[in-house]
Design a protein around this ligand. Structure first.
Ligand code: PEP
Length: 262
């Protein structure tokens, strides 16, 4: 029932950033919020590379329960301070429906990660939050299942949903996940919702982030979301996929050299 593709606006009134067909949105930041200094530094690096939205996980959904789980509300406070310092709106993950109110209090956009794509209670709570939602594709979900997950949010009256292709699980071990780049045009042919690509979590390797971002741009994605860390070697989460230095500059260059999407 939506013949035109939608634009979702993220951030406070007067400082909103669009995600949609008329722009290419560059979202960047640390995988996890670890300290105030690390988050601020990653945000500054991201902003100077051209990012207009800051990502950063305060609640981390880790495969192992013994891995760093995030700083929780203390991490949200750091993100809010960094937003004040940089002016960048924040997208951050929520992993439990009970946390939606507190995450929505701090964040400009709620992220639902791959492991929770089909957590219908969480989707409904995010739908009720009044905030835009970034819905990542479940790593074993079909496009149809992913779009139906988005409906759980939209059904609550919240149409501000952005889809994120972040790779699916296949038999190929060379990358952590297989980026299903064809999902971008398939979704765009089926749904009015914007769709962005996460090359960092797809590949799990920093050397593939720039090439996969170029692929996202070429195929007509509405943006990318990438991991940036000032010192990836010491990162508490997903250091091998985090960009800095030349890689980040190359990505910035790729995002600037956008062909018009027609
Ligand atoms: C993330 O973006 O921090 C994350 C954990 O991503 P995914 O849910 O795609 O694994």
């Amino acid at each position: 029932h939506h013949p035109d593709r939608s634009t979702v606006w993220v951030g406070p009134a007067g400082h909103q950033v669009p995600i949609g067909p008329d722009s290419f949105t560059f979202i960047a930041g640390p995988c996890a919020v670890e300290t105030a200094e690390q988050t601020l530094e990653a945000a500054r690096m991201s902003k100077s590379a051209g990012a207009t939205i800051l990502r950063g996980g305060a609640f981390k959904p880790r495969t192992s329960p013994y891995a760093f789980q995030g700083l929780g509300v203390a991490g949200l406070e750091i993100l809010a301070d960094v937003r004040r310092a940089t002016g960048l709106p924040i997208v951050t993950e929520v992993v439990d429906a009970r946390d939606v109110p507190v995450v929505a209090e701090y964040a400009d956009m709620l992220q639902i990660g791959t492991r929770n794509m089909a957590n219908f209670g969480l989707l409904q709570a995010a739908g009720d939050s009044g905030k835009p939602v970034l819905l990542k594709r479940g790593m074993t979900a079909t496009i149809e299942e992913w779009l139906m997950a988005a409906e759980y949010i939209c059904q609550r009256g919240n149409l501000d949903v952005v889809l994120c292709e972040r790779g699916i699980r296949t038999f190929e071990p060379a990358t952590r996940n297989t980026l299903d780049i064809s999902a971008v045009p398939v979704v765009q042919a089926t749904s009015h919702l914007p769709i962005i690509v996460d090359p960092s979590h797809a590949a799990g390797r920093k050397d593939l982030v720039v090439p996969l971002s170029r692929a996202a741009i070429a195929v007509g994605a509405d943006g990318v979301i990438v991991d940036v860390h000032p010192d990836p070697e010491t990162a508490l989460c997903d250091g091998p996929q985090a960009l800095l230095g030349k890689d980040l500059r190359d990505l910035a260059q790729a995002c600037r050299k956008l062909p018009p999407v027609v």
